[in-house]
Design a protein around this ligand. Structure first.
Ligand code: NAP
Length: 462
């Protein structure tokens, strides 16, 4: 059977050890608690290990313990901080269904206060819990397949819930009806169409990911994502195309279908904003969401487009930059360039749109005019000019010069007419594929909790 290991993650005091043991008894499976394993191997308790050797030594031993979990162990309970290590996350993810055990901070406080668990910092316990949850919650959320609240029900109820979810993908089954009927449907959603869509997913344990856009059938994202899932042993995950003119149908059935995450593309990056329960600050500033993570019955919106521009500019900082275009990609570009310390001017065919965008970011603007960009250190194309079958160049090529950084967001073809002109002029070239690769790598981490290098994505694309 695939994905047959159960992994329990979550902050300490959320019941991982107790629930793991009971689950192992109920399902008659072999159980490993990583903290207990460390204690058994070293012959010292975790508090003594912390006190004598410090947290760093503990984390190293924890890493080796997780790496060495034998394949016949079917239920694993981890220490609360184990997920901080990216390699631990990879080990734990492989062929596993991951459950995030949650409790509210007050319950965690009461449980820890009564135990002999070591302090993790010099902070008072309340502040320590708050601070650590702040760092760890996004990781638990990204890594987990399912969430179990352990503060509102008995241990036995939690055990039964996990066993049920594990055996049947029950969360999907359970929430299907609730979700459809407890959420007001937009007028555009036909309930019959929603039911049909939901019933096409025949294996409810599969966690679904996809690209939502119109059109998006040409996107190569599914090939890349599914190859990455294979690489990480995520055989309970599938990435597909959701080519929808109207995003409502997918957004409102996402939970019922078992969708864990979406990449959002043109023309929906702005329209999905009101749907998200929580939006990261950068996405709100840019005014576009290109990533949605579904967890705890809620939706979380992110923007990784700006990181797709920011990361390839590693090592470049300051100077003057002009962004050609004033749409969604330009907004992400302005944010990224300002984060790199550039003084940005937005040049657009329709000057009014450049002015509106410039006002939001407090930068300069102007008309595209005759396309003279000679005074800038960096020129970034955020228009579709040069995208196949178009063969245009967005600026006057005679004004490109030696040492100028030229970033073309267009990536079909890989060598656009703009890039070819820049090469001739001796510019430093950053092609649009670099943005695609970097934003995808960031998105993969947000939606799965796993770190992927741009080289891995580049290799798959090649
Ligand atoms: P958008 O919101 O439609 O904005 C397009 C902008 O381009 C507008 O400001 C528009 O000017 C301008 N424009 C369109 N045609 C033009 C022309 N012939 N001459 C001069 N300006 C023109 O599109 P977007 O979402 O920002 O995307 C822009 C480009 O970025 C797309 O072509 C896409 O390929 C690329 N992109 C790449 C990646 C990647 O991963 N590499 C990711 C996202 C986007 P007006 O205001 O005058 O209409």
């Amino acid at each position: 059977m695939s994905s047959n290991r159960i992994v329990l993650i979550g902050y300490r005091g959320t019941g991982k050890t107790t629930i793991g043991k009971r689950l192992a008894e109920l399902l008659d499976l072999l159980f490993c608690d990583t903290d207990q394993e460390i204690k058994k191997t070293l012959g010292v308790s975790i508090p003594d290990l912390f006190a004598g050797y410090g947290e760093e030594a503990f984390r190293e031993i924890e890493h080796d313990t997780i790496a060495a979990i034998p394949p016949n162990v079917s239920i694993v309970s981890t220490g609360g901080g184990a997920v901080l290590d990216p390699e631990n996350r990879e080990f734990l993810r492989r062929k596993s269904t991951i459950f995030w055990l949650m409790a509210d901070p007050e319950t965690i406080f009461e449980r820890i206060e009564k135990s002999d668990r070591p302090a993790l910092s010099s902070l008072p316990l309340h502040s320590e819990i708050e601070k650590m949850l702040c760092v760890r919650t996004p990781i638990y959320r990204s890594l987990a397949d399912y969430t179990i609240k352990t503060d509102t029900k008995s241990i036995d109820a939690c055990v039964r819930e996990i066993a049920f979810l594990y055996a049947s993908g029950g969360e999907v089954m359970k929430t299907r009806e609730d979700w459809i009927f407890s959420h007001p449907l937009p007028a555009s959603c036909n309930p019959d169409a929603m039911r049909n869509l939901i019933t096409t997913i025949d294996n409810p344990r599969v966690r679904i990911f996809g690209i939502l856009g119109y059109p998006c059938g040409h996107s190569r994202s599914p090939q890349v994502w599914n190859r990455l899932f294979s690489h990480f042993g995520m055989d309970n995950a599938l990435y597909t195309w959701f080519e929808q003119k109207n995003p409502d149908l997918i957004l409102h059935t996402a939970y019922a279908m078992g969708i864990k995450g979406l990449s959002v593309t043109i023309p929906h990056k702005e329209t999905v904003i009101p749907f998200c329960d929580e939006i990261k600050h950068d996405a709100r500033t840019i005014g576009a969401v290109n990533t949605i993570l579904f967890s705890e019955g809620r939706s979380f919106g992110f923007n990784t487009d700006w990181l797709g521009i920011y990361r390839p500019l590693e090592g470049y900082t300051g100077g003057s930059a002009c962004v050609i275009g004033a749409g969604g990609a330009a907004s992400a570009a302005v944010y990224a360039l300002m984060m790199r310390g550039y003084e940005v001017t937005i040049l657009n065919r329709t000057e009014k749109k450049a002015e509106d965008l410039a006002r939001r970011f407090g930068c300069s603007f102007g008309p595209l005019g005759d396309g003279d960009v000679s005074s800038y250190d960096l020129v970034l194309n955020a228009t579709p000019v040069g995208m196949h079958p178009d063969t245009g160049i967005p600026v006057d090529p005679a004004t490109l010069h030696q040492g100028m950084i030229l970033f073309d967001l267009v990536y079909t073809p890989e060598r656009t007419p703009f890039i070819i002109a820049g090469e001739k002029a001796g510019c430093i070239i950053i092609p649009g594929t670099e943005m695609f690769i970097s934003q995808l790598a960031e998105q993969f981490t947000i939606l799965t909790g796993l770190r992927v290098s741009t080289d891995q994505v580049r290799e798959i694309l090649a």
